[in-house]
Design a protein around this ligand. Sequence first.
Ligand code: FBP
Length: 548
Amino acid sequence: MTKSALQIARAAYQPKLPKALKGHVKAVAGAATQSVADQEAIQKLFPNTYGMPLIKFEESSEATSFPAMNVGVILSGGQAPGGHNVISGLFDGIKKLNPESRLYGFLMGPGGLVDHKYMELTADIIDEYRNTGGFDIIGSGRTKLEKEDQFEKGYEILKELGIKALVIIGGDDSNTNACVLAEYYAAKNYGIQVIGCPKTIDGDLKNDMIETSGGFDTACKTYAEVIGNIQRDCNSARKYWHFIKLMGRSASHIALECALQVQPNICIVSEEVEAKDMSLDDIVTNIAKVVADRAAQGNNFGTVLIPEGLVEFIPAMKRLIAELNDFLAANAEEFAQVKRSEQRNYIIRKLSPENSAIYASLPEGVARQLSLDRDPHGNVQVSLIETEKLLSEMVGAKLAQWKEEGKYVGKFAAQHHFFGYEGRCAAPSNFDADYCYSLGYTAAALIANGKTGYMSSVRNTTAPAEEWIAGGVPITMMMNMERRHGEMKPVIQKALVKLDGKPFAYFAEHRGHWAMSTDYVYPGPIQYFGPSEVCDQPTKTLQLEQSK
Ligand code: FBP
């Protein structure tokens, strides 16, 4: 394998660990927990893993000996920088507990467990992947673990390989899988522990105990670098409006973090759109107003950041998508028989009058994308919806109308971008390299302490890594009941952008100025070597959230 000079230098980087994990470790149990909502329903569904205490790891003076253990690991869901470091942290953690311990990776996501596709991850393989981006060490997938026969198939291979614990590295859906599996194996007394680790570039798997998800830092910094470059180009040529859609299937954390880093002219935050009950036309009008105001100052250029999940947050669109989800789940077979050219009319006939009217009013491409296959978790694949083009077309039309009415004088030319895949496999920043490695190391400590149904937690992350606090959080604590595929299911509650939180407040305070003043920031590429203030800064989101 040919390696770049950076890859070679980066392989030697030793990720930092919280002080408590460096020597002998003891687990201290805290208060019992309960789920964030729907306590009765969640407790009933998870009788064996509900209500467990929080765990904190502390330094210990006593050396404890641990028997060798075989551990399995799965990368699940979308790629996120730092996945390989979770695995190397886990590997180093179990080897430190007992050098005879072994790590097995299941291939291509949870499907590898069910289909018995695996490989042993030996030291030489692990060393090839330390501090690298991507999930290619074992691949990833989105198979949903929910059926008993899948759990049993998984158990067969775990038993055969003598695996005592399974670590699932993923976002909210994947960790929901981990929780369901932990409960099942506990109920059956199979003696197999299941531990989750939070990773998703979307940054929406977070709460009081999970401050951020692995990969968010690097992905946002990668997008911010490129947006900064675009802004510099935009400010040089002064002739284009750049409509930039950013990944993040549901929450707008990525768009907001990028906005905090680059100070664009406009950033839409889906959660605000929903809270203010805004329509598509309201959003378009707001953008067009900024375009017109800047044009009045002679500035026919600018940047607009658009979160990928926007359409699902426009209340009228949300109602439409909810009905479509249920309808398509219930009528999948019949819908599959309808000719492609007839599908739009078929849906228009079947929906309720309000939703039917909205669906009929959508541009052909967007309507089609809304009726495409759901992902295995029943979600609309919003990354396929070209919101950046939809908005710029509608802004263009509005400006043309204002021009006729004499309300707008200017030129409007748009460029479109979608940043998602560009950042998902970037080489992890120092923050993600350290954080993800610590999450994996913490998972090893949770396993050694006999825990199951826990998520690895590393807190106090704006302090130096030495002072980070490692521990475990019962996954049931993060769960609530939500409608999926037309049925109520227990799932980890997604963390959306809090409109009363500090990151959004900072943005709201400054956006008026950023809209008009062209006060762009150009963050430049992630730096791996150099002064700490350049290389080790956590995200602005974390800095603001943890500011006093
Ligand atoms: P996870 O939540 O599984 O980490 O995935 C996040 C994500 O990158 C979203 O931002 C995006 O909408 C989605 O995955 C795209 O997934 P895919 O490439 O599988 O279509």
